[in-house]
Design a protein around this ligand. Structure first.
Ligand code: FES
Length: 138
């Protein structure tokens, strides 16, 4: 299989999600893995179908009570199908990132993306260094 390892299946929480970073045409994007009750792992891009600038996993997991949730307006999505079952984007589907499980490891298997890293860049030091005059004084 010509795929890149993201994490071990055991590292994917059953009641949470595991953030990772992919690149699409050189641009980094956030995604997360969720583990289903049968041990399967699926991947979704980390944004809501209602407001696409809203992240589902902000660092402490996107899953509550067995469903992916958006905390902005409380939309819920099925972990396995990504379908929004309740909320302002009901019927919409999360943006999938294809992954495959082999010998206890999860691999990126989506030709649209390249694997960058587990986790995401949450702070952006470039913002501070490029803002002239930022944080002057005390
Ligand atoms: S932004 Fe996610 S439900 Fe509105």
């Amino acid at each position: 299989m010509d795929a890149e390892r993201i994490a071990g299946v055991d590292e994917v929480p059953t009641d949470g999600s595991l953030l990772f970073t992919v690149a699409e045409d050189g641009e980094e994007k956030e995604a997360f893995l969720v583990r289903l009750s049968d041990g399967t792992v699926v991947g979704w891009r980390n944004y809501c179908m209602h407001w696409t600038d809203v992240k589902l996993d902000t660092g402490d997991g996107a899953v509550r009570d067995g469903e992916v949730i958006c905390r902005k307006h409380a939309a819920t999505f099925e972990k396995d199908s990504g379908v929004c079952t309740h909320g302002p984007c009901e019927g919409a589907e999360l943006d999938p990132v294809e992954v495959a499980v082999e010998d206890g490891d999860v691999y990126l298997a989506d030709p649209d993306y390249e694997f960058v890293q587990t986790g995401v860049e949450d702070d952006d030091p470039a913002d501070l260094s490029t803002s002239p005059g930022a944080r002057l004084g005390f």
